[in-house]
Every structure is written in C-alpha cells, then in structure tokens.
Design a protein around this ligand. Structure first.
Ligand SMILES: CC(C)(COP(=O)(O)OP(=O)(O)OC[C@H]1O[C@@H](n2cnc3c(N)ncnc32)[C@H](O)[C@@H]1OP(=O)(O)O)[C@@H](O)C(=O)NCCC(=O)NCCS
Length: 159
C-alpha cells in the first residue's frame, strides 16, 4: 500500500510584523540577494503595498510556508516578490498565492498584472505562463551582469 503524505489545510492572510522571522528565513533560502527585514518593514508600512502569507496547519501548529508582495498602482498590480519554503514547494502553495493575487486583481477591476522573473527561473516562468501571463520583453542585466529579467504581464480584459 502506498504511503501518502498527510495534507494539511492552508490559509492565506495578510502578513504581519510577527511573521517576519519565518518570512526572512524563507527569503534567505530562496534568493541570492534576499530582501532585508528593513525592506519588508518598509513594504508593510507602504499604503499601496499588499503582503500576504500562506499558513499551513500541521501536527505541531501553524507555520508560514510562503508569501507574496505586490503593489497596486492605479489600475495596475505589480508583483514584487513571491516565495515558498524550499521544503514545502511543489504542493500548490505558489499557485495558491498567485491565484489569490490574480483573483483579487480581477475582482477589483485592475487592468493588468506585471512581474519580473529571472530568465533562468524555469519553475516560476512555467507557473506564471500556466496562469495566463505572457512575456513582454527582456531587461538585460537586471539582476546583475549576465542575469536577465523577463517582464511578464497578465491582461485582465478591462482595456
Ligand atoms: C516559484 C515558487 C514560488 C513556486 O512555488 P511552489 O509552491 O513550489 O509551486 P506550486 O507547487 O504551486 O507549483 C506551481 C507550478 O510551478 C511549476 N513547478 C513547481 N515545481 C516544479 C518543479 N520542480 N519543476 C518544474 N516546474 C515546477 C509547475 O508548473 C507547477 O504547476 P502544476 O501545479 O500544474 O504542476 C517556488 O518555486 C519558489 O519559492 N522559488 C524560489 C523563489 C522564486 O523563484 N520566486 C519567484 C521569483 S519571480
């Protein structure tokens, strides 16, 4: 008989300052140039920034397993950051965080969602494409020498 991994419920809610220890741990394990605590604190204090966390219930209580950060500027949404704990990837949490952003953008009549992704980040690019994002262009050297960014957009039909 195949042994199945226990699936625990996951909820999304707004990020709070108390989440920052868990968020920073994920951030440092996810990016070569991670955002600092001060950077997250600045975003938490920015009126047009929205930060969300994915919280997984487990045997030992709940834990932050991922987060996102976006800006709402007029009728545009800009995705600035999204990451899932390396040990909790591939379980649909990244998709859940992204679908929530796209759903909220749609229902609040945003016109478009923009993001930048490293050209070599095939996992994230595949996820964005599967949500309907298209590739707008390339920003050469955006993440440093030889590290290009792909700009992606999702048009929401209110053009
Ligand atoms: C990108 C990231 C957020 C995805 O989170 P995740 O929880 O692992 O993603 P999901 O489990 O929801 O998978 C979503 C899609 O990603 C792709 N994907 C996930 N794991 C993959 C893997 N190991 N190989 C290839 N594609 C993969 C698939 O297209 C998947 O779609 P599916 O559910 O139809 O199979 C996560 O990999 C991460 O934190 N990466 C490091 C930080 C990062 O690169 N952030 C994006 C910056 S632009």
């Amino acid at each position: 008989m195949a042994v199945r991994e226990q699936v625990w419920p996951v909820t999304l809610r707004e990020m709070r300052r108390e989440d920052l220890m868990a968020v920073l741990e994920i951030e440092r394990r996810s990016f070569a140039q991670p955002w600092s605590r001060a950077f997250f604190e600045k975003e938490l204090a920015t009126p047009f920034a929205r930060l969300a966390v994915a919280v997984e219930e487990g045997r030992l209580g709940s834990a932050v397993v991922g987060y996102s950060c976006r800006w709402r500027v007029t009728d545009e949404v800009h995705l600035l950051n999204v990451a899932v704990h390396p040990e909790r990837r591939g379980r649909g949490f990244g998709r859940l965080l992204l679908e929530a952003i796209v759903g909220e953008a749609r229902s609040s009549r945003a016109r478009v969602v923009y993001l930048e992704v490293r050209a070599g980040n095939v996992v994230a690019r595949r996820l964005y494409r599967s949500l309907g994002f298209g590739e707008l262009g390339l920003r050469r050297g955006y993440y440093g020498p030889g590290q290009d960014a792909i700009v992606m957009e999702l048009r929401l039909g209110h053009w």
